[in-house]
Design a protein around this ligand. Structure first.
Ligand code: FAD
Length: 394
């Protein structure tokens, strides 16, 4: 039986463990945290991501915890003007053959973890993968307790600070993108009903934007508030946020935004980092997936989507495990163009959302506004390449 060692028990690592177990591999997952968990925040799962969750057999369980937004909207943060509205809900399922969902990250992790529990997957908590060393026909993974595991394949699903990435790309490190994000969860009951629309909404403004959407049957509102900054000076990658600073950054914004910010009790602040994209994700018997391979700005809501898409492509490429180095190269060739396109779109969205008022903003927004007014179906069509894609096929 082939053996795979997966470093990281996040979304990418757990999804990969389920897929490799089903493909008949002996699977070990190493997670450095003492228990599985995620940050207290929401996540958007677009149809391309949901197709992978369906393929893993867990979409029904995900749906039980999810909220389905009616539309995805781009609005001006000051005036509230809707620049663009893409129908989601049943229209998303009809167009892209899978739902567009919002879910609390803890619920997503718990569905994945329960599925892992039901399989013969060796999940080891509180232990780190330190590095992977390639051998002619195998790979050795060094662990933080000094022990060594041998396998046919090592997968680095260990996030943006990946330990396994270091051996493949020794001379590069995460870079601060100039963007920071506050995250907060607000009970919907704290606001008069209808203040925040039941949509996935981006509120755009000069050098900053806000994202609002509902979770858990509409009981919680998820807030992500992005602000450009010259530098990230915190020691950690995330820190408790200052609610007053958050409110000040969006002072004078649309009344719905102000009401939401007034209801924020606690928040966290994140520095948003990425890595150079002209690098290798595979070498010998080691492959990187998810944020370990391609961390990206969250402005397309696709980081986890790309992590999930990696999984079927990797499992299908490796197959029964006869020539793993060649299979990993094929995986990388197949994934790189699509992931890079998404990553660059996410960066471009940052520029689009953050234009200051003036000619450049008018020029950037006019085609969007016109498309929304003249041919509303056109906007959905622009997303077919992304949401219509099915990584489980072929
Ligand atoms: P991670 O979630 O980082 O998981 C890595 C795991 O590996 C962790 O559990 C960690 O403890 C463990 N680990 C690390 N090092 C080691 C080691 N050496 N040994 C063992 N274990 C290790 N994506 C979307 O698709 N939709 C969204 O709406 C969305 N919104 C976002 C909003 C914000 C503000 C941000 C910052 C990101 C957002 N993303 C979104 C991106 C998404 O969160 C990430 O792309 C996704 O979580 C990556 O999952 P991962 O499993 O690859 O990495």
């Amino acid at each position: 039986m082939n053996r795979v060692i997966i470093a990281g028990g996040g979304i990418a690592g757990l999804a990969a463990s389920l897929a490799f177990d089903r493909a008949g591999w002996e699977v070990t997952v190493l997670e450095r945290a003492p228990q599985l968990g995620e940050v207290g925040a929401g996540i958007q799962l677009s149809p391309n991501a949901c197709k992978v969750l369906d393929w893993l057999g867990i979409l029904p369980a995900i749906r039980e915890h999810a909220f389905t937004p009616a539309t995805a909207d781009l609005r001006d943060g000051l005036s509230g003007e809707t620049l663009l509205s893409v129908p989601l809900g049943p229209a998303a399922e009809a167009r892209w053959h899978a739902p567009y969902l919002h879910i609390h990250r803890a619920d997503l992790l718990s569905v994945l973890a329960k599925a892992v529990e039901r399989r013969r997957i060796d999940l080891r908590l509180g232990i780190e993968a330190v590095r992977a060393v390639d051998q002619p026909d195998a790979v050795s993974v060094h662990l933080s307790d000094g022990s060594l595991l041998a396998a046919d394949l090592a997968i680095g699903a260990d996030g943006i600070r990946s330990a396994l990435r270091a051996a493949i790309n020794p001379d590069e490190a995460p870079r601060f993108t100039g963007q920071t994000a506050w995250r907060a969860l607000i009970p919907a009951a704290a606001l008069p009903g209808g203040t925040i629309p039941r949509t996935a909404t981006v509120w755009a403004g000069a050098g900053r934007h806000l994202v609002t959407y509902y979770l858990r049957g509409g009981d919680l509102i998820n807030l992500v508030a992005v602000l450009e900054r010259a530098a990230w000076t915190e020691e950690s990658w995330s820190a408790p946020g200052d609610v007053d600073a958050l409110r000040k950054a969006f002072d004078g914004w649309h009344p719905a935004v102000s009401a939401l910010l007034a209801a924020v009790d606690t928040c966290f602040l994140w520095g948003l980092f990425d890595r150079p994209e002209q690098v290798r994700w595979t070498s010998g018997h080691t492959a990187l997936i998810g944020d370990a391979a391609h961390p990206m700005l969250p402005f397309m809501a696709q980081g986890a989507g790309m992590a999930l898409e990696d999984v079927p492509v990797l499992v299908n490429a490796v197959g029964s495990g006869s020539d793993i180095p060649a299979a990993l190269e094929a995986f990388e060739r197949r994934r790189w163009p699509r992931v890079t396109r998404v990553l660059q779109r996410a960066r471009a969205n940052g520029r689009l959302f953050h234009h200051p008022p003036g000619m450049a903003q008018w020029l950037a927004r006019t085609p969007i506004r016109l498309a929304g007014q003249i041919a509303p179906g056109l906007a959905a069509g622009q997303l077919d390449w992304l949401y219509g894609f099915d990584a489980t096929q072929g």
